[in-house]
Design a protein around this ligand. Structure first.
Ligand code: ADP
Length: 531
């Protein structure tokens, strides 16, 4: 505008040109998609807004947007700094005029309906030819979307920090007794009862660690929609028995009385045995955790024509009514229960709900409030009655240990390899250890293992490549087992493509090794000597 004002030609043509340029400028200010306000009196009684600012303020374009309007008129909105109303003499436009200075600040515009817009606001005083301030111009940049996105990011970051804090707390919980149990074992000398006691504690705490890592993995699968069910025809009763078996150690440790009330007849489901047992084990686990020692836990099932209703109830600490609606949300934990000895990550019920829903079922939580116990009711559709023939119920029978099976371990973590070697040797097997893929292939040539347990991430040559080469050397005479910390469906698929027969996620249960050894004995020419 400066060079317009200083134009000193006074002839008519120049004046016309000047007026035309002023009109262009006014039109530009009116239409430009940047909110702008202009005051043309030093008291800012009357402030006009361009279209963009009127739209932001949700006012008609002709409105006076002054916050210091003539007496009798009300300001049509408010402005605040950090949630506090800005006093009249500090209002940016009024301040810029009074102090003959530009003003730059971030403020909040609060509309009549309470909506808040976060804006960057720049004000410049306007001077006349004599150098007197006659008004000002104010430009607004709407930062609301950015501010909300930043807030959301900060919240997510805070939740992540809280989650990591809970996670490390939950991991530390089982580690402390394990470390102490180890020390007890060192000091126990010949006291076998004490050693056995320490060992039982370590086993229980280890299961807790395994459960936490499994939950984490499952939740990551669920959030990526990668959880696949392996459905088969199974009897609900074996599922519930499996869940009880899995949680028995905790229930017994807390001296709870458990009542199991199953239907007399099989209740057939098309379901994933492991996943469903995991869901009910989670419910039982919670019942045991959130009930004072010596409590009562009941798990029962009733069946009608099309569905089974399974109830898991306890007489424990109960659930506050306010928490019931969100109890299945991720990371949801009731403050009062967070510090319990056998805490968790707040993932268990999220998993249970998703697993039940994947099976076409529903779950509801009931509680009459703190101190009145809790009840979880799961409804599952039964398998269509027509072709009901059972797959043999998966009751885990202890496999008889066979001896003398040649087993090759490839594992680059020396402690992990050594523990596995000792365990399998104690089970009576002939074991060799390789530290990487290349060594594993070389050993396979001379040792001709019947089972090869291969880690995937190894130096020099990974487990996939080692598996391919060992398969090429020994054909189907060897059972190839991937033994890894990577248990996603994608990892299992890759292992299968590399020619692995089995995939075990660390830490694998001793039973899994017993089963493997049993298959190796079956494949042997000479029947194994019974121990
Ligand atoms: P976690 O047990 O790891 O905290 P869950 O998702 O399994 O997470 O449970 C979420 C919360 O629900 C628990 O922290 C606890 O407050 C509450 N809760 C779950 N089961 C019960 C129960 N049987 N009795 C009382 N409160 C329970």
């Amino acid at each position: 505008m400066a060079d317009l004002v200083h134009h000193d030609s006074t002839d008519a043509a120049s004046l016309d040109a000047l007026r035309a340029r002023l009109r262009d400028l006014e039109a530009l200010i009116a239409r430009v998609p940047i909110p702008i306000a202009i005051a043309r009196d030093p008291d800012c009684r009357d402030i006009s807004a361009n279209e963009a600012l009127a739209a932001l303020l949700r006012l008609p374009p002709s409105a006076n947007v002054s916050l210091t309007p003539p007496p009798g008129e009300q300001p049509p909105y408010r402005i605040q700094r950090n949630g506090v109303d800005i006093p009249a003499d500090e209002l940016p436009m009024q301040y810029a005029i009074a102090h003959r200075t530009s003003v730059r600040n971030q403020i909040e515009i609060v509309l009549m309906d309470g909506t808040v817009r976060y804006v960057q606001n720049d004000v410049e005083p306007l001077f006349d030819a004599r150098g007197e301030v006659y008004g000002c111009v104010s430009v607004v940049v709407d930062l609301t979307e950015r501010k909300l996105a930043e807030d959301a990011l900060r919240n997510a970051d805070r939740r992540k920090d809280e989650f990591l804090a809970t996670l490390s707390h939950e991991l530390r919980n089982p580690l402390a007794p394990i470390r102490n149990a180890l020390e007890i074992m060192r000091l126990a000398g010949g006291d076998t009862a004490l050693v056995e006691h320490a060992r039982a504690i370590m086993e229980r705490q280890l299961l807790q660690l395994v459960r936490i890592t499994d939950d984490l993995l499952d939740v990551s699968r669920i959030t990526q929609n990668k959880l696949d069910l392996r459905r088969e025809r199974i009897d609900l009763r074996t599922v519930l028995e499996g869940a009880v078996e899995a949680t028995r150690p905790l229930i017994d440790a807390e001296r709870h009385a458990l009542a199991l009330d199953l239907p007399a007849e099989p209740a057939w489901l098309d379901a994933d045995f492991t996943r469903l047992a995991q869901a009910f084990a989670n419910l039982l686990n919670n019942a045991a955790k959130y009930t004072e020692p010596g409590g009562r836990i009941r798990i029962g099932a009733v069946v009608n024509r099309a569905e089974a209703t399974i109830t898991v109830a306890d007489n424990g600490i109960g659930i506050p009514p306010a928490m019931l609606p969100s109890i299945f949300d991720m990371f949801m934990q009731f403050e009062g229960s967070r510090d319990r000895a056998q805490g968790g990550l707040g993932l268990g019920l999220t998993l249970v709900k998703r697993l039940v829903e994947l099976h076409g079922g529903t779950i509801q939580a009931h509680s009459d409030g703190p101190g009145h116990g809790s009840e979880f009711v799961v409804r599952l559709p039964l398998a269509a009655a027509d072709e009901v023939h059972a797959t043999s119920p998966r009751v885990r029978s202890k496999t008889k240990a066979h001896a003398g099976c040649r087993i090759l371990i490839a594992e680059d973590n020396p402690d992990a390899a050594e523990m596995l070697r000792i365990m399998l040797t104690v089970m009576g097997q002939e074991v060799r250890v390789a530290w990487d893929g290349i060594q594993a292939v070389a050993m396979a040539k001379t040792f001709e293992p019947q089972i090869a347990l291969l880690d995937i991430g190894m130096p020099r040559m990974d487990g996939y490549e080692a598996a391919r080469r060992i398969r090429a050397l020994l054909g189907t005479r060897v059972v190839l087992v991937a033994l890894t910390g990577w248990g996603q469906d994608e990892d299992i698929r890759r292992a299968r493509e590399a020619g692995f027969d089995r995939h075990l996620t660390k830490p694998a249960e001793p039973e899994a090794f017993e089963e493997l050894i049993a298959t190796c004995a079956v494949g042997d020419q000479t029947p194994p000597a019974e121990p």
